[in-house]
Ligand binder design. Structure first.
Ligand SMILES: C[S@@+](CC[C@H](N)C(=O)[O-])C[C@H]1O[C@@H](n2cnc3c(N)ncnc32)[C@H](O)[C@@H]1O
Length: 228
């Protein structure tokens, strides 16, 4: 889930991506094609992972939800169906083609999801704006220091007691190592430690098989609750 990537790229949809040391994945509709193909060969594992992530977030009608690194918006659109018309869902990603695809899908479905160009390290929202936040398969796109900063930003924009669900690789490997994925080397167990330092009380990691590749072969899902 991490190729081709760009650190910076001239936007072809009228928006320029913000500066970030995270790895953009700017595939637009090709991303959805890839996800569909993965679901086909794995018997729907990505679809099941999205459902499980939303179950863990315990979304309720009327809640405000943030999807960070939302890609083409599939999860955000499913979150909207759970919070309903009285709720609010916002997806943030620095990749213009991903966002253009997400917005087109929202328009086609008449879903009031807002998709904003932005980065996890500088979320464009006031403190305590959201009841829940989601981050699926994006943490490995960030260098490890950015994971720390990003988690602190999510804690800032969540209300006290707000939930964060993180899904990411168990073992992304180390930079330069064969099969390494992404921009850092911390896997889900270390991310739990970072979440704790950022002010979250975390649950046990739930593990799941994902892709037939060594480094994204297994993922972990964890829920953090923002300590008041
Ligand atoms: C593998 S995709 C995951 C997309 C989606 N969450 C999903 O589950 O399908 C990782 C996403 O993280 C985004 N990303 C990279 N750097 C980021 C940053 N600094 N802040 C927020 N998102 C970032 C990429 O552009 C990409 O869309």
């Amino acid at each position: 889930m991490h190729s081709p990537m760009h650190r910076r790229h001239a936007g072809s949809h009228g928006e320029s991506p913000p500066e970030t040391s995270g790895l953009l994945l700017d595939l637009g509709w090709r991303y959805d094609l890839m996800v569909g193909a993965i679901d086909l060969v794995t018997g729907g594992r990505l679809r099941a992972l999205r459902r499980k992530s939303l179950d863990l977030a315990e979304l309720r009608p009327g809640e405000a939800v943030l999807d960070v690194g939302c890609g083409t918006g599939t999860l955000a659109l499913e979150a909207q169906a759970r919070v309903g018309d009285a709720g609010r869902v916002v997806g943030v990603d620095p990749a213009p083609k991903q966002l253009a695809r997400a917005r087109a899908k929202a328009t086609r479905r008449g879903a009031p999801v807002e998709f904003r160009l932005g980065v996890i390290e500088a979320l464009p929202f006031p403190d305590a704006s959201f009841d829940a936040a989601l981050s699926t398969l994006m943490m490995h796109h960030l260098p490890d220091d950015l994971k720390r900063r990003g988690l602190a930003e999510i804690a800032r924009v969540l209300k006290p007691g707000g939930r964060l669900v993180v899904v990411d690789a168990e073992h992304p490997g180390h930079a330069g190592q064969r099969g390494h994925v992404g921009a850092g080397s911390l896997g889900i167990d270390e991310i739990v430690g970072l979440m704790d330092s950022a002010g979250f009380a975390c649950s046990e990691v739930t593990r799941a098989r994902l892709l037939p590749f060594p480094r994204l072969g297994r993922v972990g899902l964890v829920v953090g609750r923002c300590r008041p």
